[in-house]
Ligand binder design. Sequence first.
Ligand SMILES: [Zn+2]
Length: 391
Amino acid sequence: MRSILPGEAFPAHTPAASQIFTTVLCHGPLTRTEVAKRAGLSAAAVTKAVRPLIEAGYLVEDVDEEARPSLGRPANPVRVDGGRALFIGLKITGDEIIGVLTDLCCRIRTSRHVPLAAPGPRAVLESAAALVHELLAEADGFGVPVSGLGIAVSGDVDRAGGVVRYSPFLDWRDIPLAELAEMTTGLPVTVDNDVRALTVAEQWFGAGVGLSDFAVVTVGAGIGCGLVVHGRVVSGAYGVAGEIGHLSIDPAGPLCHCGNRGCVEAIAADPAIVRAVREATGIPVADAAEALRLAHGGDPGAREVYARAGAAIGRAIGSVANLFGPERVIISGEGLVAHDLFADQILEAFAASAFGTAGQCDLRTRPLPFEEWARGAAATAIQSFIRSDTY
Ligand SMILES: [Zn+2]
C-alpha cells in the first residue's frame, strides 16, 4: 500500500456511500428511492449518504415543486455535478501516450497525443509529465481542481501497489509507476492494466452499463480481456485475471513471446499476423497496416491468416463464456480495422466452442479509439477518488 497524497477528501466514508455515488454516476438522475432499489440498500442509508454529498457539491438535486415526498424523503432526483472535479487519464501504448482531461462524470473535456521517442521508463515519464502539465494548464480554465491521475498500461499491473510488474510492449519490469508519477505531477495516481481500465469505463458508461457479468476482449497489438463478475472488475489474486491472449489453443502453433506455443496472441495479435502474412505470401510486409492492405486487396494467403486469427479469437471468447457465463462480450481494440476479414470466423469458432446456453452470450463489436482507453484510465482515478476503501 502506498501513502496517499494530500488532497480534498471525498465525503463518502463507507463502501455503501461510495456505491450510492457510483449508482447515481452511472444511472442518474435518480430519486433516492430508485437509488436504494438499484443499490440494494435501505432508503434511510441512501438519504444519509446523499446529504453530505449534496452539501459538498458532488451531487445536486433537481428541484421539482410537483414532486411529492415519499415517507418524508425528498422525491426529487439527484445527479452528479460533473463540473465539481476534474481528472486526467493517460493510456500508454508502445509508441505514443494519449491523454484526456475529464470531468467527474468522465466526460472528455479535451484530449492530446504525444509520440514516444523511446519506451524506457524515464523517457515515458518525461513525456507523460509534459502531457499532464499541458492538461493541467487546460484545467485551470475550468476553475476546479484536478483530483486524480489514472495511467493505463498493458501487461501485469499491480494496482494496489502502483507497480507495473511486467509490460511486454514497453519491456518494463517492476516499475513503481504510481510513485514516480506522483513525484513528477503532484497528483494522486492510480495505475492499472489498460484493458481493465477500459472495462471500468464500459461498465460505468458504455456497453456494460447495468450488466452484472460481462467481458471486454481487445484485439490489436496484444489480445486482452477484462472481466466483470457480479458487478466487480476482476483482477484475480495475482492481478492477471483475464489473460486470454495466453490461452494456448494450438500446442503445435507458433511460438509466443511468453515462451509457450500456439497462444491466441501468437496467432491473432498484430505482430503475429504480420509474421504469418510474410510467411504465407513471401511479401515482406512492414506492419499491420500493410498486411491489412494486402488482405483487403484480395491476396488469398493474407486473407487466410486473418481467418485463422478470427478463429483463434472466437475460440478464446468461447472459453471465456464457458468459464464464467457472461451476458455479453464486448469486442474492441485497434485490430477491429480488420473486422470484415475475421468477423464470421469469430462467430463460427465461438458457436463451436461455447457449451450449451453459454452460446447465448451476446457478442458485440465496439470500435473504441485510444481516447476511450485514456478515458478508462480517468475512470480508475475517479474510482480511487470516490472509494472509501481507496488504495
Ligand atoms: Zn503466450
